[in-house]
Design a protein around this ligand. Structure first.
Ligand code: CTP
Length: 423
């Protein structure tokens, strides 16, 4: 499926150019339209046919080709994102100076798209004051510099200078693209808000109940089983709902972030505490959002005293019992007109399979909307940003959003307002 993005991958003349093929391939597999602009030197390291086969587009090098179609500016103007991988010390110096003596230089100058640079060079060149100053100039202009990594270089030497791995470059590039898209949207939203002030009060008179954070299940007086949820997304939802005029109650399990004034907070610890607080508050809620990461299991027994190694020995088996499904319980007890939203944290990397898991989950839980987000060691939890999809009961995606957790919270509330309005 096409993303509708046009990405220019600039390749300059370093041995890491062969790894740029995987950068191109990753974008193509994501559904991007990828145009490679290679310098003459780059083509000494990697062949044009390879790049054309992988990018599925003609590879351009020459400034004096396609003059009739003003190619030297057309490519830059059409780009939504420019990624230079590898970027040699020489090309970095040229970009910092704004030189345009080849097609790549012209493309960069003619573009307003986010620029992402993956340097690759020997350590001495990276540490040279000229390169240090050029990198500082580029960073100050908002250019994203990815790497370089530290490791074995082309000769016998090793140190900082290795081009970052393709997947790291692609991730940094997509993040630069998302940040720009978010800033553009925020700018448009601000412009829209000044025109239509009422749009920000679309939850006036609604009572919104949100759970946030991660529950902890005690093992003994000093230990617990927990999870990595910081509560950021749930608190952002509370903040956004408050800003849109709702009366907000937050059931908070071990938050790592402060809660804005004006929100009623019930502090809980374990899943059973959270269930009790949610069921008690649910009776007077119009909208319930279960953003908390709830422990599915708890220790069968909580030890009255600290577990001791000399008693437990070298291996310690814990017996766990299932916790109730709080969300499913809220759905069972719901009153007419009450709208219930669940979250699904999935580690499945494949988009299609993850959506399928989401579809099954919303049907199993019976809530009205399910916010699906991908989590992992570096994603979803304890970060400032999030990337989500909202599914309806049929399993169809009704909203996709990425950006800060506050902007994502507003998009989730947009979906809720739409569903509430159809009732
Ligand atoms: N949830 C809940 N009670 C539980 C477990 C989860 O209310 N015991 C809620 C979460 O707050 C979330 C939704 O159910 O809104 C989905 O949570 P998730 O952990 O993704 O799903 P599980 O139902 O636990 O299924 P699994 O972990 O097996 O994927």
């Amino acid at each position: 499926m096409s993303t509708g993005r046009t990405i220019v991958v600039g390749i300059t003349g370093g041995i890491a150019a062969y790894k740029a093929v995987n950068v191109v391939r990753a974008f193509v597999l994501l559904g991007d339209d990828v145009h490679v602009v290679a310098t003459e030197a780059a083509l000494r390291f990697v062949g044009k046919p390879t790049l054309e086969a992988i990018s599925r587009n003609t590879v351009h090098t020459d400034l004096y080709e396609g003059v009739a179609e003003v190619r030297h500016v057309a490519i830059g103007q059409s780009a939504d994102l420019i990624v230079i991988a590898p970027a040699t010390a020489n090309s970095i110096a040229k970009i910092a100076l704004g030189l345009a003596d080849d097609l790549l230089g012209n493309t960069i100058l003619a573009s307003t798209a986010p620029l992402v640079i993956a340097p690759a060079m020997h350590t001495e060149m990276w540490n040279n004051p000229a390169t240090v100053a050029n990198i500082a100039t580029l960073r100050a202009r908002g250019v994203t510099i990815v790497g370089p990594g530290i490791g074995r270089l082309t000769g016998a030497d090793s140190g900082p200078g290795r081009m970052e791995e393709p997947e790291t470059i692609v991730a940094a590039a997509l993040s630069a693209y998302d940040t720009r898209a978010y800033e553009t949207r925020a700018h448009e939203t601000r412009a829209h808000e000044t025109r239509a002030i009422d749009a920000s009060a679309d939850l006036t008179g609604r009572r919104v109940l949100i759970s946030a954070g991660g529950t902890r299940e005690p093992l003994d007086p000093v230990r617990f089983l927990g999870n990595r949820s910081s509560g950021r997304q749930g608190v952002a939802l509370a903040e956004a709902a408050l800003a849109r005029g709702a009366t907000v109650t937050l059931v908070a399990a071990h938050l790592e972030v402060p809660v804005p004034a004006g929100i009623q907070v019930h502090t809980v610890s374990s899943t059973l505490d959270l269930q009790e607080a949610m069921l008690a508050a649910a009776a007077s809620a119009d909208v319930i959002i279960m953003a908390a990461a709830v422990a599915d299991y708890r220790p069968a027994e909580v030890q009255a005293d600290k577990i001791k190694k000399d008693v437990a020995g070298d291996r310690l088996a814990l017996e766990l019992v299932r916790n109730p499904d709080v969300l499913a319980g809220l759905v069972r007890e719901r009153h007419p007109g009450q709208l219930i939203v669940g979250f699904a944290a999935e580690t499945e990397p494949d988009d299609v399979l993850r959506r399928e898991l989401g579809r099954t989950k919303i049907q199993r839980k019976g809530c009205d909307l399910l916010v699906l987000n991908r989590v992992g060691w570096t994603q979803g939890f304890a970060t400032e940003r999030n990337e989500i999809e909202v599914l309806d009961l049929a399993g169809d995606i009704v909203m996709e959003a990425s950006g800060t957790k506050l902007s994502v919270a507003h998009r989730i509330l947009d979906s809720i307002v739409v569903v509430a309005g159809t009732r």
